[in-house]
Design a protein around this ligand. Structure first.
Ligand SMILES: Nc1ncnc2c1ncn2[C@@H]1O[C@H](COP(=O)(O)OP(=O)(O)OP(=O)(O)O)[C@@H](O)[C@H]1O
Ligand SMILES: [Mg+2]
Length: 350
C-alpha cells in the first residue's frame, strides 16, 4: 500500500503527513526571517509536535463521534450500560476497516429482511388475485345460468333441469373452495393441533382406496399397493389428516392420469425412524419448470387442462401443510409422458 493511498490512511499516518508538510513549510519560511541554522529546526520540531497531536486528537474525536452515531443508528437503541462500555472501550479499538465490515454486514442483513418482506408482499398480492379469479369463475357461471333461467329457460323442459344442475355444480365448487381455504388457513395459523396416534399405513391406504373406488371405476383405473411393500408398517401421525393427504394425492393421480391406468402406492421404511409413502401414477407427468411451485396454493401445472378437469389448486398445498405440521417433508418426482410420484415421510412407530 502506498503511503499516499488516501483511501486507507490511518488517523495516525494522516496526522503525521499533515504535520510533516506544515512544519516543513513553517521551517522553510522561518529561514527567510532568521538565517541561523538552528531556528528552522526548532520551528520544525515545535510545529510538528503541536500539529501532530492536535490533528490526531481532533481526527480521533471527530471520527469516533461519527462512528458512534452510526453504530447507534444501525442498532437503533438507546445506549444501555453494556453499550456504553462498548462505545468507550471496544469501539475505539476497532479499526475503520472493521467498522466498515460491521456496517456492511448490517446492510446485507437489512437487505435480506427487505427481500423477504417483498417476497411476502408479492405472495399476498398473487394470493388475492388468484382467489378473486377462483371465486369469479363459479360465480359467473351461476349468474349465467340463473339469468338464463329467469329469462325464460325456466319454462323450457328441455334445458331447465340441466341448467339448474350446472348451477348447482358451480355452487358445490364454491363451497369446496371455501372449505379448502378454511382448512388451509387453519393449518397455517397452527390452530388445529396434530393429534398423534399409531396406525398401520397400509390399512389407511386401503381405506382411502375404498373411498375412491367409484371415482377410479369411472375411468377404469386400478388402485394398487406396490408389490413387496405389503408388510404392515406402523406410523405415528394424525390419522384423519393423513387420510386427507392420501385422498388428495390419490384423487390427483386418478384425475390427471389416463383411463385404464394403475395408481400404485408404496410404503417404505427408511433409516429405521421414518416411513416413506409414495403415490405413483401413469399420468402425463409435470414439466420440470412447474415442479418447484407445484405445492403452492392455486398453482396449476397446466392451467387450462387442470381447470377443465375441475380443481381449485389447493389440494397439494393442503398436503404440504399437513405433512409439514408433522415436522416431515413432501416431495415429488415426475417425468413428462411417464408419470408422477408424490411422496411424504412420517414418523415410524416403535
Ligand atoms: N398426479 C398428477 N399428475 C399430473 N399433474 C398433477 C398431478 N397432481 C397434481 N398435478 C398438477 O398440479 C396442480 C396442483 O394440484 P392440486 O391438487 O394442488 O390442485 P387441483 O387438483 O387442481 O385442485 P384440487 O386438488 O384443489 O381440487 C394440478 O392442477 C395439476 O396441474
Ligand atoms: Mg388435486
Amino acid at each position: 500500500m502506498s503511503v499516499l493511498d488516501t483511501k486507507n490512511l490511518s488517523p495516525r499516518l494522516l496526522s503525521f503527513i499533515t504535520a510533516l508538510i506544515i512544519s516543513t513549510v513553517n521551517a522553510l519560511l522561518s529561514l527567510v526571517f532568521r538565517p541561523e541554522w538552528y531556528v528552522p529546526l526548532i520551528v520544525f520540531a515545535i510545529t510538528f509536535i503541536i500539529i501532530y497531536y492536535l490533528y490526531h486528537y481532533t481526527l480521533q474525536r471527530f471520527i469516533y463521534r461519527k462512528i458512534k452515531l452510526i453504530y447507534k443508528f444501525i442498532y437503533q437503541t438507546k445506549a444501555t450500560k453494556k453499550e456504553e462500555f462498548f462505545y468507550e472501550k471496544i469501539l475505539p479499538q476497532k479499526s475503520i476497516d472493521q467498522v466498515s465490515i460491521d456496517v456492511e454486514r448490517w446492510a446485507t442483513q437489512k437487505k435480506d429482511e427487505i427481500d423477504l418482506l417483498r417476497a411476502n408482499e408479492q405472495f399476498r398480492k398473487e394470493f388475492l388475485s388468484n382467489l378473486a379469479h377462483e371465486l369469479r369463475t363459479p360465480i359467473f357461471s351461476i349468474q349465467g345460468y340463473v339469468d338464463t333461467l329467469l329469462g325464460g329457460a325456466l319454462e323450457d323442459p328441455a334445458v331447465n333441469k340441466k341448467f339448474l344442475a350446472n348451477a348447482s355444480r358451480s355452487v358445490e365448487r364454491l363451497a369446496r373452495l371455501v372449505d379448502d381455504l378454511d382448512e388451509i388457513s387453519k393449518l397455517e395459523s397452527g390452530r388445529i393441533p396434530i393429534i398423534q396416534e399409531t396406525f398401520v399405513m397400509q390399512d389407511l391406504v386401503k381405506e382411502v382406496y375404498e373411498e375412491m373406488q367409484l371415482r377410479a371405476e369411472e375411468k377404469d383405473v386400478t388402485l394398487d399397493l406396490k408389490k413387496g411393500t405389503e408388510r404392515p408398517i406402523t406410523v405415528n401421525a394424525d390419522k384423519p389428516k393423513i387420510r386427507q393427504v392420501l385422498t388428495n394425492l390419490v384423487e390427483n393421480a386418478i384425475k390427471y392420469g389416463p383411463e385404464h391406468a394403475t395408481v400404485t402406492t408404496g410404503v417404505y421404511e427408511i433409516d429405521g425412524k421414518h416411513v416413506f409413502t409414495e403415490v405413483s401414477d401413469e399420468g402425463p407427468g409435470i414439466g420440470e419448470e412447474h415442479l418447484p411451485r407445484i405445492f403452492e396454493r392455486f398453482y396449476r401445472a397446466d392451467r387450462s387442462r387442470s381447470r377443465a378437469i375441475g380443481g381449485t389448486g389447493l389440494g397439494l398445498a393442503i398436503v404440504k401443510h399437513i405433512v409439514e405440521a408433522h415436522g416431515q417433508t413432501v416431495n415429488v418426482r415426475s417425468k413428462l409422458g411417464v408419470g408422477s410420484s408424490f411422496g411424504f415421510t412420517l414418523e415410524k412407530a416403535e
